[in-house]
Design a protein around this ligand. Structure first.
Ligand SMILES: *Cc1c(COP(=O)(O)O)cnc(C)c1O
Length: 397
């Protein structure tokens, strides 16, 4: 992904920083559009994965909608000129202020997660003399077979309305005059690599659709959420996720009613591979059974490893660069050493990888933490009073 010229430029930029390859982003979006357009599927981008203006600008230019999970994300989508009729708003805990903001901006749809939320949205809509379009976020009780912290579609999870509550919800809706039921929404989790989970979702949605049809309730929109995974282990061989297989699966297994539209909400699969966290080695320290590489980036810049033991491929770009010149480093790739790669933060979970095979590493080497474009920069913090991490874009270096 990085040529020598780029790596040499990295050496001149203060670290740590996020580097975004906008060409990779565009190629990803191109392929996504190609594959979803085959079936007339509507795609929304989940802003929570990465909400940088430069990234949103490009995504919007591919005529993709916005999937928001907070009032400020709705605001961001509006400010970045996503059309209100392309904005959906989910989340188990929408505050009154957030709902009011979304109502004022006439967004396409609220994805509602509880009975009480429906009542509140109706009440707020009544006071504005408006109608709110809503979809019921249903918890389908389908296992996404992913990390438990990013599993959202099981009965034990806080998300969505459970199937056994549907009867009550549908009856209550009849009395909520300022709500218009326009869809059903599902989202079973994130970083899903087993397409079988999506097939299970399709089959469950088909059953749920029958339930609504048997009550003569017409549903215009089916939103199957996001969650399509990316390859963290071999990013270069898989820069673009297999959108073809993903969309084909929904086309094959989801039974749509006449005129029904299908919506997707993808985050990670769009932005993960275009982003890399670039960091510099501060120190090498000998441990009892291991050597530590201490980077100037930590969990404050990239929280996923500390938060859910996520894997990010770690590369020493400085030695990669010297092997490109055919001057092999003292310990080349072949006789890799093992290092624990850690950050500077005062937490033992501030570790990017244990026993990572790397060429011999010295102070000042430039490191890349790959596949960090989704849920990376957006989760960064100022813990330990750290400076907020910066972003650098490929068209501007
Ligand atoms: C997070 C989220 C998404 C996007 O998930 P990805 O795994 O990034 O594709 C979509 N829909 C909802 C409701 C979400 O909360």
């Amino acid at each position: 992904m990085f040529n020598k010229e780029t790596i040499n430029k990295f050496k001149t930029i203060p670290t740590p920083f996020y580097y975004y390859d906008l060409e990779v982003l565009k190629q990803t979006l191109q392929k996504l559009k190609e594959e979803s357009d085959k079936y007339g599927f509507i795609v929304h981008y989940a802003l929570k994965a990465n909400a940088n203006n430069a990234i949103l600008e490009i995504i919007k230019s591919y005529n993709i909608g916005a999937d928001c999970v907070s009032g400020n994300e709705v605001k961001k989508a509006v400010e970045c000129n996503f059309k209100p009729e392309h904005i959906v708003f989910a989340g188990v805990g929408k505050s009154d202020a957030e709902i009011n903001y979304a109502l004022d901006n006439d967004i396409f749809c609220f994805n509602c997660e509880s009975l009480q939320e429906l009542e509140v949205i109706n009440e707020l809509a009544v006071s504005k003399n408006k109608n709110a379009s809503i979809a019921l976020r249903i918890n389908p009780n389908v296992n996404a077979n992913t990390h438990k912290y990013i599993t959202t579609g099981l009965e034990e999870n806080k998300f969505g309305i459970n199937i056994w509550e549907l009867e009550t919800v549908v009856n209550t809706l009849k009395g909520l005059k300022n709500l218009q039921l326009i869809g059903l929404h599902f989202h079973i989790g994130s970083q899903i690599m087993d397409l079988g989970s999506f097939k299970s979702l399709c089959l469950r949605v088909n059953e749920i659709q029958n339930w609504f049809a048997s009550r003569n309730i017409t549903i215009e929109n089916i939103n199957v959420g996001g969650g399509l995974g990316v390859n963290y282990h071999e990013p270069d061989a898989n820069l673009i996720t297999d959108f073809a297989a993903y969309f084909k699966l929904f086309n094959d297994f989801l039974e749509l009613r006449p005129k029904q539209k299908i919506h997707f909400e993808l985050g990670r699969a769009i932005t993960a591979q275009c982003g890399t966290l670039i960091s510099k080695v501060l120190y090498i320290k000998k441990g009892v059974n291991t050597n530590f590489v201490i980077l100037d980036a930590g969990m404050t810049e990239l929280m996923r490893p500390a938060l859910y033991q996520a894997y990010h491929k770690i590369e020493n770009l400085t030695s990669a660069c010297s092997s490109m010149k055919n001057i092999s480093a003292p310990f080349g790739e072949g006789n890799g050493l093992k290092y624990d790669v850690v950050g500077p933060i005062c937490e033992s979970s501030d570790c990017f990888g244990k026993a990572v095979s790397l060429p011999e590493t010295i102070r000042g080497d430039i490191f890349a933490l790959r596949t960090a474009g989704a849920y990376g920069e957006v989760m960064s913090s100022a813990y330990n009073l750290r400076d907020r991490v910066k972003a650098v874009y490929s068209d501007k270096i």
